[in-house]
Design a protein around this ligand. Structure first.
Ligand code: FEO
Length: 616
Protein backbone atom coordinates (compact mmCIF):
# COMPACT_ATOMS: atom_id res chain seq x y z
CA UNK A 1 0.00 0.00 0.00
CA UNK A 2 1.27 3.45 -0.89
CA UNK A 3 2.47 5.85 1.83
CA UNK A 4 2.91 9.41 0.59
CA UNK A 5 3.10 12.83 2.26
CA UNK A 6 2.10 16.23 0.96
CA UNK A 7 4.90 18.83 0.83
CA UNK A 8 2.88 21.59 -0.85
CA UNK A 9 -0.38 21.61 -2.80
CA UNK A 10 1.34 20.23 -5.89
CA UNK A 11 4.41 18.53 -4.47
CA UNK A 12 4.30 15.10 -2.86
CA UNK A 13 6.96 13.10 -1.04
CA UNK A 14 6.97 9.64 -2.61
CA UNK A 15 10.04 8.27 -0.84
CA UNK A 16 10.31 5.48 1.71
CA UNK A 17 12.10 4.52 4.91
CA UNK A 18 14.51 1.65 5.43
CA UNK A 19 15.04 0.38 8.97
CA UNK A 20 16.65 -2.92 7.99
CA UNK A 21 19.81 -1.46 6.52
CA UNK A 22 22.73 -2.43 8.72
CA UNK A 23 25.34 -0.17 7.15
CA UNK A 24 24.72 2.82 4.91
CA UNK A 25 27.18 2.67 2.02
CA UNK A 26 28.37 -0.57 3.66
CA UNK A 27 30.22 1.44 6.32
CA UNK A 28 28.00 3.66 8.46
CA UNK A 29 25.70 2.04 10.97
CA UNK A 30 22.17 3.42 10.84
CA UNK A 31 20.47 2.11 13.98
CA UNK A 32 17.50 4.44 13.49
CA UNK A 33 17.21 3.72 9.78
CA UNK A 34 17.37 6.07 6.83
CA UNK A 35 14.90 7.64 4.42
CA UNK A 36 15.29 7.74 0.66
CA UNK A 37 13.46 10.84 -0.46
CA UNK A 38 11.89 11.36 -3.85
CA UNK A 39 9.42 14.10 -4.74
CA UNK A 40 6.71 14.30 -7.40
CA UNK A 41 5.64 17.69 -8.75
CA UNK A 42 2.21 17.62 -10.41
CA UNK A 43 2.22 20.75 -12.54
CA UNK A 44 0.95 20.91 -16.14
CA UNK A 45 3.83 18.50 -16.63
CA UNK A 46 4.62 15.90 -13.99
CA UNK A 47 8.16 15.85 -12.68
CA UNK A 48 9.82 13.28 -10.43
CA UNK A 49 12.97 14.29 -8.56
CA UNK A 50 15.25 11.25 -8.25
CA UNK A 51 14.27 7.71 -7.30
CA UNK A 52 15.19 5.50 -4.32
CA UNK A 53 17.29 2.55 -3.20
CA UNK A 54 16.25 -0.86 -4.50
CA UNK A 55 15.46 -1.94 -0.92
CA UNK A 56 12.30 0.20 -0.93
CA UNK A 57 11.48 -0.06 -4.64
CA UNK A 58 8.06 -1.67 -4.22
CA UNK A 59 6.69 1.04 -1.89
CA UNK A 60 8.19 3.76 -4.08
CA UNK A 61 6.51 2.47 -7.24
CA UNK A 62 3.16 2.26 -5.45
CA UNK A 63 3.66 5.79 -4.15
CA UNK A 64 4.26 7.18 -7.62
CA UNK A 65 1.19 5.52 -9.07
CA UNK A 66 -0.96 6.96 -6.28
CA UNK A 67 0.53 10.46 -6.57
CA UNK A 68 0.19 10.48 -10.37
CA UNK A 69 -3.52 9.61 -10.15
CA UNK A 70 -3.49 8.13 -13.63
CA UNK A 71 -1.43 10.89 -15.26
CA UNK A 72 1.64 10.08 -17.29
CA UNK A 73 5.10 10.83 -15.94
CA UNK A 74 6.70 13.51 -18.11
CA UNK A 75 10.10 14.15 -16.54
CA UNK A 76 12.54 12.46 -14.21
CA UNK A 77 15.15 14.91 -12.90
CA UNK A 78 18.24 12.94 -11.95
CA UNK A 79 20.37 14.95 -9.55
CA UNK A 80 22.61 12.21 -8.19
CA UNK A 81 23.41 8.78 -9.62
CA UNK A 82 24.56 7.05 -6.44
CA UNK A 83 22.39 3.92 -6.48
CA UNK A 84 20.53 4.80 -3.27
CA UNK A 85 18.82 7.39 -5.48
CA UNK A 86 19.01 5.86 -8.95
CA UNK A 87 18.55 2.11 -8.56
CA UNK A 88 14.91 2.15 -9.60
CA UNK A 89 15.37 4.24 -12.75
CA UNK A 90 15.46 1.24 -15.16
CA UNK A 91 12.25 -0.22 -13.73
CA UNK A 92 10.57 3.19 -13.66
CA UNK A 93 11.32 3.57 -17.34
CA UNK A 94 9.89 0.15 -18.11
CA UNK A 95 6.67 1.24 -16.38
CA UNK A 96 6.69 4.79 -17.83
CA UNK A 97 8.44 4.61 -21.21
CA UNK A 98 7.28 8.17 -21.99
CA UNK A 99 9.67 9.71 -19.40
CA UNK A 100 12.20 12.32 -20.46
CA UNK A 101 15.29 12.25 -18.24
CA UNK A 102 16.52 15.71 -17.29
CA UNK A 103 20.15 15.67 -16.20
CA UNK A 104 23.65 17.04 -16.69
CA UNK A 105 26.21 15.53 -19.06
CA UNK A 106 28.08 14.14 -16.04
CA UNK A 107 24.93 12.49 -14.73
CA UNK A 108 24.36 10.98 -18.18
CA UNK A 109 27.87 9.55 -18.13
CA UNK A 110 27.32 7.97 -14.72
CA UNK A 111 23.90 6.56 -15.64
CA UNK A 112 25.53 4.84 -18.62
CA UNK A 113 28.26 3.47 -16.35
CA UNK A 114 25.75 1.99 -13.89
CA UNK A 115 22.86 0.92 -16.16
CA UNK A 116 22.20 -0.49 -19.60
CA UNK A 117 18.83 0.94 -20.70
CA UNK A 118 18.44 3.22 -23.70
CA UNK A 119 18.88 6.70 -22.30
CA UNK A 120 20.07 8.63 -25.37
CA UNK A 121 16.59 8.68 -26.90
CA UNK A 122 15.00 10.21 -23.81
CA UNK A 123 17.66 12.45 -22.32
CA UNK A 124 17.19 16.21 -21.97
CA UNK A 125 20.63 17.58 -21.06
CA UNK A 126 20.80 20.72 -18.96
CA UNK A 127 23.64 23.00 -17.94
CA UNK A 128 24.30 25.38 -15.05
CA UNK A 129 21.37 27.77 -14.50
CA UNK A 130 19.39 26.41 -17.44
CA UNK A 131 15.65 26.39 -16.75
CA UNK A 132 12.73 24.13 -17.49
CA UNK A 133 9.16 25.40 -17.40
CA UNK A 134 6.61 22.81 -16.34
CA UNK A 135 3.49 25.01 -16.40
CA UNK A 136 3.24 27.17 -13.29
CA UNK A 137 6.67 26.19 -12.08
CA UNK A 138 10.11 27.07 -13.39
CA UNK A 139 12.96 24.80 -12.46
CA UNK A 140 16.53 26.09 -12.45
CA UNK A 141 19.40 23.63 -12.44
CA UNK A 142 22.45 24.28 -10.27
CA UNK A 143 25.57 22.15 -10.44
CA UNK A 144 26.98 21.10 -7.06
CA UNK A 145 29.98 18.91 -7.89
CA UNK A 146 31.39 16.81 -5.01
CA UNK A 147 28.40 17.37 -2.78
CA UNK A 148 28.79 14.32 -2.62
CA UNK A 149 29.81 12.93 -6.04
CA UNK A 150 31.12 14.90 -9.03
CA UNK A 151 27.88 14.73 -11.03
CA UNK A 152 25.62 16.14 -8.28
CA UNK A 153 23.11 18.73 -9.39
CA UNK A 154 20.53 20.65 -7.36
CA UNK A 155 17.26 22.07 -8.64
CA UNK A 156 15.63 25.33 -7.60
CA UNK A 157 11.90 25.71 -8.12
CA UNK A 158 11.75 29.52 -8.38
CA UNK A 159 7.94 29.49 -8.33
CA UNK A 160 7.60 27.66 -5.03
CA UNK A 161 11.01 28.81 -3.72
CA UNK A 162 12.01 25.21 -3.08
CA UNK A 163 15.57 23.93 -3.30
CA UNK A 164 15.87 20.24 -4.13
CA UNK A 165 19.28 19.90 -2.52
CA UNK A 166 20.35 16.33 -3.39
CA UNK A 167 22.58 14.94 -0.59
CA UNK A 168 23.11 18.37 1.02
CA UNK A 169 21.17 19.00 4.25
CA UNK A 170 20.45 15.27 4.55
CA UNK A 171 20.30 13.29 7.76
CA UNK A 172 20.46 9.69 8.92
CA UNK A 173 17.33 8.33 10.58
CA UNK A 174 13.96 7.16 9.27
CA UNK A 175 11.23 9.79 9.23
CA UNK A 176 8.84 7.93 11.55
CA UNK A 177 5.68 9.54 10.21
CA UNK A 178 6.97 13.10 10.16
CA UNK A 179 8.27 14.80 7.04
CA UNK A 180 9.23 18.30 8.16
CA UNK A 181 12.09 19.17 10.51
CA UNK A 182 9.72 21.42 12.47
CA UNK A 183 7.58 18.39 13.36
CA UNK A 184 10.37 16.96 15.53
CA UNK A 185 12.84 18.29 18.06
CA UNK A 186 15.58 18.38 15.47
CA UNK A 187 18.25 19.99 17.62
CA UNK A 188 17.79 17.43 20.38
CA UNK A 189 16.96 14.28 18.45
CA UNK A 190 18.49 14.64 14.98
CA UNK A 191 21.30 17.21 14.85
CA UNK A 192 23.89 14.64 15.91
CA UNK A 193 22.78 12.40 13.06
CA UNK A 194 22.79 15.33 10.61
CA UNK A 195 26.39 16.06 11.66
CA UNK A 196 27.36 12.37 11.39
CA UNK A 197 25.80 12.28 7.94
CA UNK A 198 27.53 15.49 6.84
CA UNK A 199 30.97 14.76 8.27
CA UNK A 200 31.15 11.20 6.97
CA UNK A 201 29.39 11.60 3.62
CA UNK A 202 30.49 15.03 2.41
CA UNK A 203 32.89 16.18 5.15
CA UNK A 204 35.89 15.76 2.86
CA UNK A 205 34.51 18.30 0.42
CA UNK A 206 34.14 21.42 2.55
CA UNK A 207 35.33 23.73 -0.22
CA UNK A 208 32.77 22.36 -2.65
CA UNK A 209 30.01 22.57 -0.03
CA UNK A 210 30.94 26.22 0.58
CA UNK A 211 30.70 26.83 -3.15
CA UNK A 212 27.21 25.26 -3.26
CA UNK A 213 26.17 27.31 -0.21
CA UNK A 214 27.37 30.40 -2.05
CA UNK A 215 25.13 29.58 -5.01
CA UNK A 216 22.21 28.85 -2.68
CA UNK A 217 22.65 32.16 -0.86
CA UNK A 218 21.76 33.98 -4.08
CA UNK A 219 18.36 32.23 -4.17
CA UNK A 220 15.22 33.04 -2.23
CA UNK A 221 14.74 29.65 -0.59
CA UNK A 222 11.76 28.93 1.65
CA UNK A 223 11.89 25.14 1.60
CA UNK A 224 14.72 22.62 1.30
CA UNK A 225 13.96 19.10 0.05
CA UNK A 226 17.00 16.83 0.56
CA UNK A 227 17.40 13.22 -0.57
CA UNK A 228 17.66 11.89 3.00
CA UNK A 229 16.02 13.08 6.19
CA UNK A 230 13.60 15.90 6.84
CA UNK A 231 12.23 18.66 4.64
CA UNK A 232 13.04 22.16 5.95
CA UNK A 233 10.18 24.65 5.58
CA UNK A 234 10.92 26.93 8.57
CA UNK A 235 13.91 28.04 10.58
CA UNK A 236 16.23 27.15 7.69
CA UNK A 237 19.05 28.92 9.48
CA UNK A 238 19.19 26.07 12.00
CA UNK A 239 20.69 23.74 9.41
CA UNK A 240 22.30 26.39 7.17
CA UNK A 241 24.32 27.82 10.06
CA UNK A 242 25.64 24.34 10.86
CA UNK A 243 26.62 23.77 7.23
CA UNK A 244 28.52 27.05 7.25
CA UNK A 245 30.56 25.86 10.24
CA UNK A 246 31.04 22.30 9.04
CA UNK A 247 32.07 23.27 5.51
CA UNK A 248 34.75 25.59 6.93
CA UNK A 249 35.86 22.94 9.46
CA UNK A 250 35.06 25.33 12.27
CA UNK A 251 34.21 23.68 15.59
CA UNK A 252 30.72 24.06 16.99
CA UNK A 253 31.73 23.73 20.62
CA UNK A 254 34.77 24.60 22.66
CA UNK A 255 35.71 21.47 24.53
CA UNK A 256 37.87 18.37 24.30
CA UNK A 257 37.07 15.11 22.53
CA UNK A 258 39.28 12.30 23.82
CA UNK A 259 39.48 9.11 21.77
CA UNK A 260 41.49 6.23 23.18
CA UNK A 261 42.56 2.75 22.08
CA UNK A 262 43.46 0.58 25.03
CA UNK A 263 44.11 -3.17 25.23
CA UNK A 264 44.37 -3.70 28.99
CA UNK A 265 42.94 -0.44 30.31
CA UNK A 266 46.16 1.48 30.98
CA UNK A 267 45.83 3.91 28.08
CA UNK A 268 42.17 4.31 28.99
CA UNK A 269 43.28 5.16 32.54
CA UNK A 270 45.52 7.98 31.25
CA UNK A 271 42.66 9.31 29.10
CA UNK A 272 40.29 9.26 32.08
CA UNK A 273 42.74 11.10 34.31
CA UNK A 274 43.29 13.75 31.64
CA UNK A 275 39.52 14.19 31.30
CA UNK A 276 39.22 14.65 35.08
CA UNK A 277 41.94 17.31 35.12
CA UNK A 278 40.27 19.13 32.22
CA UNK A 279 36.87 18.98 33.92
CA UNK A 280 38.53 20.35 37.07
CA UNK A 281 39.28 23.40 34.95
CA UNK A 282 35.66 23.63 33.84
CA UNK A 283 36.38 22.38 30.30
CA UNK A 284 33.78 20.20 28.59
CA UNK A 285 35.00 16.71 27.72
CA UNK A 286 33.68 13.67 25.84
CA UNK A 287 35.47 10.31 25.70
CA UNK A 288 35.25 7.51 23.15
CA UNK A 289 36.77 4.04 23.17
CA UNK A 290 37.63 3.63 19.50
CA UNK A 291 37.30 -0.14 19.75
CA UNK A 292 33.69 0.21 20.86
CA UNK A 293 32.24 3.37 19.32
CA UNK A 294 31.79 3.30 15.52
CA UNK A 295 34.34 5.48 13.75
CA UNK A 296 31.59 7.50 12.05
CA UNK A 297 30.44 8.77 15.45
CA UNK A 298 33.97 9.78 16.44
CA UNK A 299 34.55 11.50 13.07
CA UNK A 300 31.33 13.39 13.68
CA UNK A 301 32.43 14.39 17.18
CA UNK A 302 35.76 15.56 15.80
CA UNK A 303 33.83 17.93 13.52
CA UNK A 304 31.99 19.23 16.57
CA UNK A 305 34.67 19.83 19.22
CA UNK A 306 37.51 22.33 19.18
CA UNK A 307 40.22 20.19 20.80
CA UNK A 308 41.05 16.55 20.07
CA UNK A 309 43.12 14.15 22.16
CA UNK A 310 44.18 10.77 20.79
CA UNK A 311 45.50 8.19 23.24
CA UNK A 312 46.73 4.95 21.73
CA UNK A 313 48.70 1.93 22.67
CA UNK A 314 51.39 0.69 20.29
CA UNK A 315 50.55 -2.49 18.37
CA UNK A 316 52.69 -4.38 15.87
CA UNK A 317 55.17 -1.49 16.12
CA UNK A 318 52.48 0.88 14.93
CA UNK A 319 49.23 2.53 16.01
CA UNK A 320 46.61 0.22 17.51
CA UNK A 321 44.38 -1.04 14.68
CA UNK A 322 41.14 0.75 15.52
CA UNK A 323 42.97 4.00 16.29
CA UNK A 324 44.97 3.75 13.08
CA UNK A 325 41.73 3.34 11.14
CA UNK A 326 40.22 6.35 12.93
CA UNK A 327 43.25 8.61 12.36
CA UNK A 328 43.36 7.69 8.68
CA UNK A 329 39.59 8.20 8.46
CA UNK A 330 39.89 11.68 9.95
CA UNK A 331 42.70 12.59 7.58
CA UNK A 332 40.68 11.23 4.64
CA UNK A 333 37.76 13.40 5.73
CA UNK A 334 40.02 16.43 5.66
CA UNK A 335 39.79 17.25 9.37
CA UNK A 336 41.25 20.73 9.84
CA UNK A 337 41.52 23.65 12.16
CA UNK A 338 41.85 21.77 15.44
CA UNK A 339 44.17 21.74 18.45
CA UNK A 340 45.43 18.18 19.03
CA UNK A 341 47.21 16.41 21.88
CA UNK A 342 48.59 12.86 21.83
CA UNK A 343 49.13 10.20 24.49
CA UNK A 344 51.04 7.07 23.47
CA UNK A 345 51.63 3.82 25.27
CA UNK A 346 53.94 0.87 24.61
CA UNK A 347 55.64 -1.67 26.81
CA UNK A 348 58.98 -1.81 24.99
CA UNK A 349 58.95 0.61 22.04
CA UNK A 350 56.11 3.17 22.09
CA UNK A 351 55.72 4.53 18.55
CA UNK A 352 52.01 5.27 18.20
CA UNK A 353 52.32 8.93 19.18
CA UNK A 354 54.88 9.77 16.54
CA UNK A 355 52.90 7.94 13.87
CA UNK A 356 49.65 9.73 14.78
CA UNK A 357 51.56 13.03 14.67
CA UNK A 358 52.92 12.13 11.24
CA UNK A 359 49.45 11.45 9.76
CA UNK A 360 47.61 14.38 11.34
CA UNK A 361 50.54 16.70 10.77
CA UNK A 362 49.77 16.55 7.06
CA UNK A 363 46.25 17.93 7.62
CA UNK A 364 45.65 21.65 7.28
CA UNK A 365 45.66 23.90 10.33
CA UNK A 366 46.13 21.05 12.80
CA UNK A 367 48.08 22.42 15.74
CA UNK A 368 49.58 19.52 17.71
CA UNK A 369 50.85 20.09 21.25
CA UNK A 370 54.61 19.82 21.27
CA UNK A 371 54.94 17.25 24.08
CA UNK A 372 53.32 13.83 23.78
CA UNK A 373 52.69 11.96 26.99
CA UNK A 374 54.55 8.70 26.54
CA UNK A 375 53.69 5.80 28.86
CA UNK A 376 55.56 2.55 29.35
CA UNK A 377 52.77 0.03 30.06
CA UNK A 378 51.00 1.93 32.84
CA UNK A 379 50.88 5.46 34.20
CA UNK A 380 52.94 5.88 37.39
CA UNK A 381 52.72 8.48 40.15
CA UNK A 382 55.76 10.33 38.84
CA UNK A 383 54.07 10.73 35.44
CA UNK A 384 50.88 12.31 36.69
CA UNK A 385 52.64 15.62 36.25
CA UNK A 386 52.88 14.92 32.49
CA UNK A 387 49.10 14.54 32.33
CA UNK A 388 48.74 17.67 34.47
CA UNK A 389 51.03 19.52 32.07
CA UNK A 390 48.95 18.41 29.11
CA UNK A 391 45.77 19.53 30.86
CA UNK A 392 47.47 22.87 31.63
CA UNK A 393 48.55 23.33 28.03
CA UNK A 394 45.06 22.57 26.71
CA UNK A 395 43.48 24.63 29.47
CA UNK A 396 45.58 27.65 28.49
CA UNK A 397 43.60 27.84 25.24
CA UNK A 398 40.37 28.00 27.19
CA UNK A 399 41.64 30.55 29.68
CA UNK A 400 42.46 33.02 26.89
CA UNK A 401 39.77 32.96 24.24
CA UNK A 402 40.86 34.20 20.85
CA UNK A 403 42.64 37.47 21.31
CA UNK A 404 40.59 38.58 24.31
CA UNK A 405 43.46 39.74 26.44
CA UNK A 406 45.38 41.58 23.78
CA UNK A 407 42.28 43.24 22.35
CA UNK A 408 41.27 44.87 25.58
CA UNK A 409 43.12 48.18 25.50
CA UNK A 410 40.86 49.82 28.07
CA UNK A 411 42.05 50.81 31.49
CA UNK A 412 40.64 48.42 34.11
CA UNK A 413 38.08 50.87 35.42
CA UNK A 414 37.08 52.50 32.11
CA UNK A 415 33.73 51.74 30.50
CA UNK A 416 34.55 49.87 27.32
CA UNK A 417 31.52 50.26 24.99
CA UNK A 418 32.44 46.96 23.35
CA UNK A 419 31.67 45.21 26.63
CA UNK A 420 28.07 46.41 26.34
CA UNK A 421 27.75 44.40 23.14
CA UNK A 422 28.52 41.27 25.15
CA UNK A 423 25.10 41.54 26.77
CA UNK A 424 22.51 39.35 25.08
CA UNK A 425 19.34 40.93 23.80
CA UNK A 426 16.39 39.97 21.67
CA UNK A 427 14.73 42.12 19.04
CA UNK A 428 11.08 43.04 19.20
CA UNK A 429 8.44 45.12 17.44
CA UNK A 430 6.83 47.34 20.07
CA UNK A 431 3.39 48.57 18.98
CA UNK A 432 0.91 51.03 20.42
CA UNK A 433 -2.36 52.73 19.40
CA UNK A 434 -3.54 56.26 20.15
CA UNK A 435 -7.02 56.99 18.81
CA UNK A 436 -6.96 55.73 15.25
CA UNK A 437 -3.20 55.94 14.94
CA UNK A 438 -1.25 52.66 14.91
CA UNK A 439 2.47 52.82 15.34
CA UNK A 440 5.46 50.64 16.16
CA UNK A 441 9.21 50.64 16.59
CA UNK A 442 12.04 48.19 17.13
CA UNK A 443 13.37 47.71 20.66
CA UNK A 444 15.86 45.28 22.14
CA UNK A 445 15.06 45.50 25.85
CA UNK A 446 12.15 43.37 27.00
CA UNK A 447 12.48 41.34 30.16
CA UNK A 448 10.12 39.35 32.34
CA UNK A 449 10.25 40.87 35.81
CA UNK A 450 7.88 38.75 37.90
CA UNK A 451 5.86 35.58 37.41
CA UNK A 452 2.90 36.27 39.66
CA UNK A 453 1.45 38.50 38.45
CA UNK A 454 3.33 38.32 35.13
CA UNK A 455 5.12 41.61 34.73
CA UNK A 456 7.59 42.72 32.12
CA UNK A 457 9.85 45.72 31.65
CA UNK A 458 10.58 47.51 28.40
CA UNK A 459 13.11 50.28 27.82
CA UNK A 460 12.08 52.75 25.12
CA UNK A 461 14.02 55.67 23.67
CA UNK A 462 12.17 58.93 24.26
CA UNK A 463 12.83 59.94 20.65
CA UNK A 464 10.42 57.23 19.49
CA UNK A 465 6.86 58.29 18.73
CA UNK A 466 5.74 54.90 20.12
CA UNK A 467 7.27 55.96 23.44
CA UNK A 468 4.98 59.00 23.60
CA UNK A 469 1.94 56.91 22.68
CA UNK A 470 2.66 54.40 25.48
CA UNK A 471 3.24 57.20 27.96
CA UNK A 472 -0.18 58.57 27.01
CA UNK A 473 -2.24 55.35 26.68
CA UNK A 474 -0.41 53.04 29.10
CA UNK A 475 -0.80 50.06 26.76
CA UNK A 476 1.42 48.26 24.29
CA UNK A 477 2.14 44.99 22.49
CA UNK A 478 5.47 43.24 22.04
CA UNK A 479 5.88 41.00 18.97
CA UNK A 480 8.91 38.74 19.47
CA UNK A 481 10.86 38.50 16.22
CA UNK A 482 12.16 35.10 15.16
CA UNK A 483 15.12 34.00 13.07
CA UNK A 484 14.32 34.31 9.39
CA UNK A 485 12.97 37.83 9.79
CA UNK A 486 14.19 39.85 6.78
CA UNK A 487 16.05 43.14 7.08
CA UNK A 488 13.11 45.00 5.57
CA UNK A 489 11.13 44.52 8.83
CA UNK A 490 13.81 46.50 10.65
CA UNK A 491 13.68 49.13 7.91
CA UNK A 492 9.88 49.22 8.15
CA UNK A 493 9.70 49.74 11.91
CA UNK A 494 13.11 51.06 12.81
CA UNK A 495 14.49 53.49 10.32
CA UNK A 496 11.95 56.32 10.24
CA UNK A 497 9.46 57.98 12.51
CA UNK A 498 5.80 57.03 12.80
CA UNK A 499 5.05 60.74 13.13
CA UNK A 500 5.48 61.15 9.37
CA UNK A 501 4.62 57.70 8.06
CA UNK A 502 2.22 54.80 8.46
CA UNK A 503 4.51 52.01 9.54
CA UNK A 504 1.86 49.39 8.77
CA UNK A 505 1.27 50.59 5.20
CA UNK A 506 1.00 47.55 2.92
CA UNK A 507 1.16 45.13 5.87
CA UNK A 508 -2.06 43.36 4.95
CA UNK A 509 -4.76 42.34 7.40
CA UNK A 510 -4.77 44.40 10.62
CA UNK A 511 -4.32 41.78 13.34
CA UNK A 512 -5.05 43.11 16.83
CA UNK A 513 -4.92 41.73 20.34
CA UNK A 514 -7.76 42.21 22.84
CA UNK A 515 -6.44 45.66 23.77
CA UNK A 516 -7.05 46.79 20.17
CA UNK A 517 -3.35 47.25 19.38
CA UNK A 518 -1.87 45.78 16.23
CA UNK A 519 0.78 43.06 16.33
CA UNK A 520 3.14 41.56 13.78
CA UNK A 521 2.25 37.98 12.87
CA UNK A 522 4.87 37.19 10.25
CA UNK A 523 8.43 36.29 11.39
CA UNK A 524 7.13 36.48 14.94
CA UNK A 525 7.05 33.61 17.42
CA UNK A 526 5.13 35.20 20.26
CA UNK A 527 2.99 38.20 21.15
CA UNK A 528 2.62 39.85 24.56
CA UNK A 529 0.07 42.55 25.49
CA UNK A 530 0.67 44.58 28.63
CA UNK A 531 -0.58 47.54 30.63
CA UNK A 532 1.86 50.00 32.19
CA UNK A 533 1.93 50.04 35.99
CA UNK A 534 4.95 52.23 36.54
CA UNK A 535 7.33 54.34 34.44
CA UNK A 536 10.83 55.39 35.43
CA UNK A 537 12.56 58.30 33.71
CA UNK A 538 16.06 57.12 32.80
CA UNK A 539 17.27 60.17 30.90
CA UNK A 540 17.31 59.23 27.21
CA UNK A 541 14.93 56.32 27.82
CA UNK A 542 11.86 55.48 29.87
CA UNK A 543 11.67 52.17 31.66
CA UNK A 544 8.07 50.90 31.65
CA UNK A 545 7.01 48.24 34.14
CA UNK A 546 3.84 46.60 32.86
CA UNK A 547 1.47 43.79 33.76
CA UNK A 548 0.82 41.21 31.03
CA UNK A 549 -2.85 40.66 30.24
CA UNK A 550 -2.58 38.56 27.07
CA UNK A 551 0.20 36.41 25.58
CA UNK A 552 0.33 33.71 22.93
CA UNK A 553 2.84 31.79 20.80
CA UNK A 554 2.85 31.84 17.01
CA UNK A 555 5.67 29.48 16.06
CA UNK A 556 8.49 27.31 17.38
CA UNK A 557 11.15 29.26 15.49
CA UNK A 558 13.98 30.56 17.72
CA UNK A 559 13.88 34.22 18.71
CA UNK A 560 16.29 36.60 17.03
CA UNK A 561 19.09 37.74 19.28
CA UNK A 562 20.90 41.01 18.80
CA UNK A 563 24.02 39.05 17.89
CA UNK A 564 22.10 36.97 15.35
CA UNK A 565 20.83 40.16 13.76
CA UNK A 566 24.37 41.47 13.30
CA UNK A 567 25.72 38.13 12.07
CA UNK A 568 22.92 37.05 9.76
CA UNK A 569 20.37 39.76 8.98
CA UNK A 570 22.03 43.14 8.81
CA UNK A 571 23.52 43.60 5.31
CA UNK A 572 27.28 43.61 5.33
CA UNK A 573 28.56 47.15 4.59
CA UNK A 574 30.13 47.65 1.20
CA UNK A 575 33.47 49.46 1.56
CA UNK A 576 33.80 52.78 -0.28
CA UNK A 577 35.15 52.35 -3.78
CA UNK A 578 38.81 53.11 -4.46
CA UNK A 579 40.92 54.53 -1.66
CA UNK A 580 38.12 56.49 -0.06
CA UNK A 581 37.74 56.33 3.70
CA UNK A 582 34.48 55.99 5.48
CA UNK A 583 32.44 55.15 8.54
CA UNK A 584 29.81 52.45 8.83
CA UNK A 585 26.70 52.54 10.97
CA UNK A 586 26.80 49.55 13.31
CA UNK A 587 23.02 49.58 13.54
CA UNK A 588 21.92 49.53 9.89
CA UNK A 589 25.11 49.25 7.83
CA UNK A 590 24.85 52.68 6.17
CA UNK A 591 28.24 53.86 4.92
CA UNK A 592 29.27 57.51 5.19
CA UNK A 593 32.23 58.24 2.93
CA UNK A 594 34.82 60.72 4.17
CA UNK A 595 37.91 61.16 6.30
CA UNK A 596 35.97 62.41 9.30
CA UNK A 597 32.53 62.00 10.80
CA UNK A 598 30.97 65.07 12.45
CA UNK A 599 30.07 64.55 16.12
CA UNK A 600 26.46 65.51 15.43
CA UNK A 601 26.14 63.23 12.39
CA UNK A 602 22.81 61.39 12.24
CA UNK A 603 22.48 58.23 10.15
CA UNK A 604 20.09 59.07 7.30
CA UNK A 605 18.73 55.52 7.36
CA UNK A 606 18.22 54.58 11.01
CA UNK A 607 18.67 57.98 12.70
CA UNK A 608 21.29 56.74 15.12
CA UNK A 609 24.07 59.18 16.05
CA UNK A 610 27.80 59.32 15.36
CA UNK A 611 28.47 57.15 18.42
CA UNK A 612 27.01 54.17 16.57
CA UNK A 613 29.43 54.54 13.64
CA UNK A 614 32.84 52.93 13.36
CA UNK A 615 35.64 53.56 10.86
CA UNK A 616 35.90 51.10 7.98
FE1 FEO B 1 22.44 9.47 -0.68
FE2 FEO B 1 25.39 10.37 -2.19
O1 FEO B 1 23.83 9.42 -1.93
Amino acid sequence: MYCIKKVTDDLVWVGANDRRLAFFEGVYSVPTGVSYNSYLLTDEKTVLFDTVDKAVRQRFLENIEEALKGRKLDYLVVQHVEPDHSAVIPELIRQHPEIKIVCSARVLQFIKQFYDFDIDSRVNLVEENETLNTGKHTLQFIMAPMVHWPEVMMTYDSTAKILFSADAFGCFGALNGALFADEVDFAKDYMDEARRYYSNIVGKYGTQVESALGKASALNIETICPLHGFVWRSNLSEILSKYMLWSRYEPEERGVMIAYASVYGNTENAAEILACRLRDKGIKTVIFDVSVTPASEIVSAAFKWSHLVFASTTYNAGIFVTMEALINDLAAHNIQNRRVAIIENGSWAPTSGGLIREILGKCEKINILENNVSILSGLKQAQLSDIEAMAEAIGADFAAPAGAAQNNQSAPNAVDPAAMFKLSYGLFVLTARDGNKDNGCIINTVMQLTASPVKITIGVNKANYTHDMILKTGKFNVSVLSEGVPFRVFQQFGFHSGKDTDKFAGSGEALRTENGIRYVSEWTNGVISAEVKESIDCGTHTLFIAEVNQAFSLSRDPSVTYQYYFDNIKPKPQPPKGNKKGFVCKICGYVHEGDTLPDDFICPLCKHGAGDFEPI
